[in-house]
Design a protein around this ligand. Structure first.
Ligand SMILES: Nc1ncnc2c1ncn2[C@@H]1O[C@H](COP(=O)(O)OP(=O)(O)OP(=O)(O)O)[C@@H](O)[C@H]1O
Length: 264
């Protein structure tokens, strides 16, 4: 049984996202606060990329820039061959709907609607037929372990873990190239966090590209590539190999050694 085989996917596929010379400065009174400092990074669809680093190091800012949720102050982000930093707001919004799925710390489902209707609303943004969206959503709900009785309930009538799994369905309903997740288990107890992480692992094993920001090393352990950010720059990375549920002590050691080196 191999649990530690390093799976180096760097050459296996062209990057889906490339950022070059990325800078972000926020206005902070007299002098701007520089949060990203000329950062370069390539993201591959075959990876479950994890972004770690101290609080305030710029993880969410980087995630938002890569996904076109926020505009950098300088540099470029090329996503699927398109320079999204040069797009106007309307084009960028349309591009994002098709290319990106989002999972945030809070599920951000519309409370008054059923979980299924939340998925339908997201699917409708890309102008697909309602029939196709429902068929796709039913498959996804089943894949994340939610049955029909649950997906007919409102977000206020399900557990935090069920709501977060529904938000993963919403993120996936338009077949995005990448799912971006910002602390997706941050608001969950450990049991529900585990269920959501298992969904991410299964998605990655099926070929879904994922980029996730986390503070939590158990969550980070699911990644195939861990980037470490400090003061707005990627200072190093670690490739512990593909996650397997049956052990993985070698991966844990690789991640621990890496984080220790980073001073975590
Ligand atoms: N909209 C904003 N306006 C001004 N400053 C901001 C804004 N968003 C983030 N910042 C600042 O930029 C820095 C980086 O923020 P960011 O949220 O990217 O860090 P992070 O590494 O994700 O932090 P955490 O782990 O605490 O969530 C922080 O100092 C933060 O206060």
């Amino acid at each position: 049984m191999s649990t530690t085989t390093p799976t180096d996917t760097r050459q296996a596929d062209a990057p889906i996202v490339s950022a070059r010379g990325l800078t972000k400065a926020y206005d902070a009174g007299d002098h701007p606060q520089c949060v990203l400092r000329g950062l370069d990074v390539d993201i591959h669809r075959s990876d479950f990329t994890v972004i770690m680093g101290p609080s305030g190091s710029g993880k969410s800012t980087l995630l938002h820039a890569l996904a076109g949720l926020d505009r950098p102050s300088g540099g470029t982000v090329t996503f699927d061959g398109k320079d999204i930093t040069a797009m106007g707001d309307d084009d960028l919004a349309v591009f994002r709907r098709h290319a990106c799925g989002f999972v945030f710390q809070q599920h951000q489902l519309l409370d008054g609607m059923s979980l299924m209707d939340n998925a339908i609303v997201a699917g409708a943004l890309t102008m697909r037929s309602k029939r196709d969206i429902i068929a796709k959503a039913r498959t996804l709900f089943t894949q994340v372990g939610l049955d029909e009785r649950t997906w007919q309930r409102a977000a206020t009538q399900v557990s935090g873990g069920e709501a977060q799994r529904a938000s993963v369905v919403r993120a996936l309903v338009n077949d995005p190239a990448l799912v971006f997740a910002d602390e997706p288990t941050g608001a969950l107890n450990s049991h529900h966090a585990q269920a959501v992480l298992d969904v991410f692992t299964r998605l990655h094993h099926r070929g879904q590209g994922i980029v996730m920001v986390t503070h939590d090393r158990h969550s980070a352990l699911r990644g195939s590539r861990i980037l470490y950010l400090r003061d707005g720059a990627i200072v190093d990375e670690c490739r512990p190999g593909t996650y397997t549920a049956d052990g993985g002590q070698g991966r844990e050691r690789a991640l621990s050694d890496f984080l220790e080196r980073m001073g975590w």
